[in-house]
Design a protein. Structure first.
Length: 250
């Protein structure tokens, strides 16, 4: 029986073979001698996860600070307005004193809001781009910037922030992050820096295509692509697998 290198779960694996798999980032990888070293990738993903957790914590902290500062600012405004109506005191001096408090509260609130905006940008754009770059590129340090330019933070009607994918002209689009990923993988301009096995393998009309793209064979798929294919198109997955097992070279 041929063993899959990467599995979502071990449900269909005999108990005697389950020990041969090691869990890495939520998936089960076949532990083979001479196989792909997942250590570097795991360390990169762990680092990205730690950055995301830290950023999420800072965002929550800043949001709490903004609520507190907003309350303090609103209290200062109320006190200032009350001072204006107090005819028995030096209204001008009181109003000036409270206005100074309002201005200070607004300044601090604005600074905190700006910091929150930057932190959300780092969380939803920079970290997202870095994660995707490490997944598909041999030079993630450079490719991350390319991806980041295609992302933007937006606030939904529910008040929650989310990552919007932009088109090549920088206009908001309806594309998902996965669709952006597939677009980048299919772009020949980036072929030289795409991890082997991640690319599209060419399209219709390409060299030697004869006017149409030949269907990829089982061995031409990467492990990750096979996992994704099994999820999205199980019929094709089974057909390719059976064809491979039936071939003389299998």
């Amino acid at each position: 029986m041929a063993l899959q290198a990467i599995l979502d779960n071990l449900d269909n694996i005999p108990d005697v073979l389950k020990a041969e798999y090691k869990e890495v980032d939520g998936k089960f990888h076949l532990d083979v001698v001479g196989g792909e070293d997942t250590g570097a990738l795991k360390r990169a993903k762990d680092h990205e996860k730690n950055l995301r957790v830290a950023a999420e914590g800072r965002v929550a902290e800043l949001q709490t600070q903004i609520e507190t500062l907003t309350g303090e600012r609103d209290t200062a405004i109320s006190e200032r307005d009350a001072a204006k109506n107090d005819k028995g005191k030096d209204v001008q001096a009181l109003e000036a004193s409270w206005q100074a408090k309002v201005d200070a509260a607004n300044t601090k609130l604005e600074a905190t809001q700006n910091e929150l905006t930057k932190e959300i940008e780092r969380l939803l754009v920079t970290n997202t781009a870095t994660s995707l770059a490490h997944e598909i590129s041999t030079v993630p340090e450079l490719f991350g910037d390319v991806i980041a330019r295609r992302l933007k933070v937006e606030k939904g009607a529910d008040g929650q922030y989310f990552t919007r994918v932009l088109d090549e002209a920088g206009t908001p689009s309806a594309k998902t992050l996965d669709e952006l990923k597939q677009e980048l993988l299919a772009n020949k301009k980036y072929a030289a820096i795409i991890i082997s096995g991640k690319g599209s393998g060419g399209g219709a009309g390409g060299p030697g295509s004869g006017g149409g793209a030949a269907e990829k064979k089982w061995l031409e798929y990467s492990d990750a692509e096979l996992v994704e294919l099994r999820k999205t198109d199980p019929e094709k997955y089974d057909r390719l697998k059976q064809a491979h097992q039936a071939s003389p070279a299998a």
